[in-house]
Design a protein around this ligand. Structure first.
Ligand code: FRU
Length: 477
């Protein structure tokens, strides 16, 4: 008990002092006060306040027994860092309060999370646990509400809870004993007693073939008349135009029948073309927006090479993005609240023929930049001579290039993109989020350029014209 109190004090101290610093400290993205941040957890709006919890290792920049860090905002611009919501102190969670979700019921805020437990031989057990709060700051733990289902390994985690058709529903990511990834479905009338309905999706349920050995962080929601199952599968083989990161995130779109608890769906669509994006989660806010936040990181992918480790922190979250479904395609757009950050503005018409054009008048490194370009042109746009985006109109591919974090050699991510009309960049001190064609395609990456100032360069195969608008993004914290 004494040790638990000491640890809590230490973690709370970290929240108060915010030790993470250095040249790559983010200006408008949520990052850890120190230590390692991974998945967004428990996204919810409650009594007008947005709560963002996150997987947190307070004491070092590696993984381990995770806590739930906690931050709150009313406007997505001004944040309050709150004391950690969950610390891994009980037997049913001693090796980590792993990812999960939040729902509001009556006057209370309910957190569902996975209690991760390992014995001295490294054998794992997972419990789906409940914690309840009446003030949104202190959470009372009630222990496991769901135990290990038959036929699955101990890799069952990341409960997502929602209300629909007069009852509560829950999905968890799971690994079948024969190492097939699936999502499992439960339901409840009171949030305490849960009935296991069986697998919702995966091999032998909705898919004929294997599709990864584990599905993490499921989410299951209605969007524009379609039903979306969001998952982060592990074990997909890299292909030329997809699955190029260590692990991916993406969606199946289809129909859900609450009467039978069944989901029918089409093929999987990876949802990000960048280097660092994983474990996104969504929630509905009081304006009816479906908002998504992802982790700007990928498990087991070059983590130790992130230069921020020297400054005592690693990883951050994406900006919240509003989701819409248009012609069966998922669109992601940064929420419009970020417009408040816009400061100094410049615009230009950049005509490029056979030489690279440098836009010298623009220097701000933390910036929002919009480009419009003719759809049939092939071109390259470079940011700070570090990050290069190239469109090949013939092959219909979009390529993102940056130096490899370990070797420094150029490394690329290429996806199929049928025509580029516009691009919106959000550059923070150490990240770029790129929204193509109003969010039809998105690419999320961390960038660690040594050069201080921002600079845009344009080149094209045949003469091309870019209409450019740029805003410096201010710090309003
Ligand atoms: C995804 C994940 C989750 C797990 C958490 C642990 O990045 O592996 O499945 O709950 O991170 O931090």
């Amino acid at each position: 008990m004494k040790e638990e109190q000491a640890l809590r004090k230490e973690a709370e101290q970290i929240v108060q002092t915010v030790e993470a610093a250095g040249p790559f400290r983010q200006q408008f993205h949520l990052m850890p006060p120190a230590g390692l941040m991974n998945d967004p957890n428990g996204l919810v709006q409650w009594q007008g306040v947005y709560h963002v919890f996150y997987q947190w290792m307070p004491f070092h920049t590696g993984h381990g027994s995770k806590w739930w860090g906690h931050a709150a905002t009313r406007d997505w611009i001004h944040w309050k860092l709150l004391p950690p919501a969950l610390a891994p102190v009980h037997d049913f969670e001693k090796n980590g309060c792993y990812s999960g979700s939040a729902v509001v019921h009556g006057d209370l805020l309910y957190l569902f999370y996975t209690g991760n437990v390992k014995d001295e031989h490294g054998n794992r057990t997972s419990y789906q646990c409940l914690a309840v709060s009446s003030d949104g700051v202190e959470f009372e733990k009630h222990g496991p509400v769901i135990y290990q289902p038959e036929g699955y390994t101990a890799h069952v985690r990341d409960p997502k809870v929602w209300f629909e058709a007069g009852q509560w529903w829950l999905v968890i990511g799971a690994q079948r004993r024969d190492l097939e990834g699936q999502v499992l479905l439960y339901r409840s009338l009171d949030l305490w007693e849960w009935e296991f309905l069986g697998p919702l999706a995966g091999k032998d349920v909705t898919l004929a073939a294997s599709f990864g050995y584990m599905w993490e962080c499921p989410d299951f929601f209605e969007l524009g008349g379609s039903r979306v199952l969001l998952i982060s599968p592990q074990g997909l083989e890299a292909e030329v135009y997809q699955y190029q990161n260590q692990y991916q995130s993406g969606i199946f779109t289809g129909e859900f029948s609450p009467e039978t608890g069944t989901f029918s769906h089409g093929s999987f669509h990876e949802m990000d073309l960048g280097f660092e994006f994983y474990a996104p989660q969504t929630f509905l806010d009081d304006q009816g927006r479906r908002l998504l936040i992802g982790w700007m990181g990928v498990p087991d992918q070059q983590e130790q090479a992130h230069p921020t480790i020297a400054d005592g922190w690693v990883h951050c979250l994406t900006v919240p993005r509003e989701l819409t479904m248009q012609n069966g395609h998922l669109y992601q757009q940064p929420i419009e609240e970020y417009r408040q950050l816009r400061g100094e503005h410049a615009s230009a018409v950049v005509a490029v023929d056979d030489k690279t054009v440098v836009w010298h008048s623009w220097k701000a490194a933390v910036a929002e930049v919009h480009l419009e370009v003719e759809e049939d042109k092939s071109w390259t746009v470079s940011w700070r001579r570090y990050f290069h985006i190239s469109y090949d109109a013939g092959a219909q591919t979009l390529t993102f290039e940056r130096p490899d974090l370990v070797t420094g050699d150029p490394v690329r991510r290429t996806g199929r993109v049928t025509g580029v009309r516009s691009i919106r960049f959000l550059f923070d001190r150490s990240s770029a989020e790129v929204f193509v064609n109003d969010g039809e395609y998105v690419s999320t990456s961390r960038l660690f350029p040594e050069q201080e100032e921002g600079e845009l360069q344009f080149s094209a195969e045949k003469p091309a014209v870019f209409h450019v608008d740029a805003w410096e993004l201010q710090s309003l914290q």
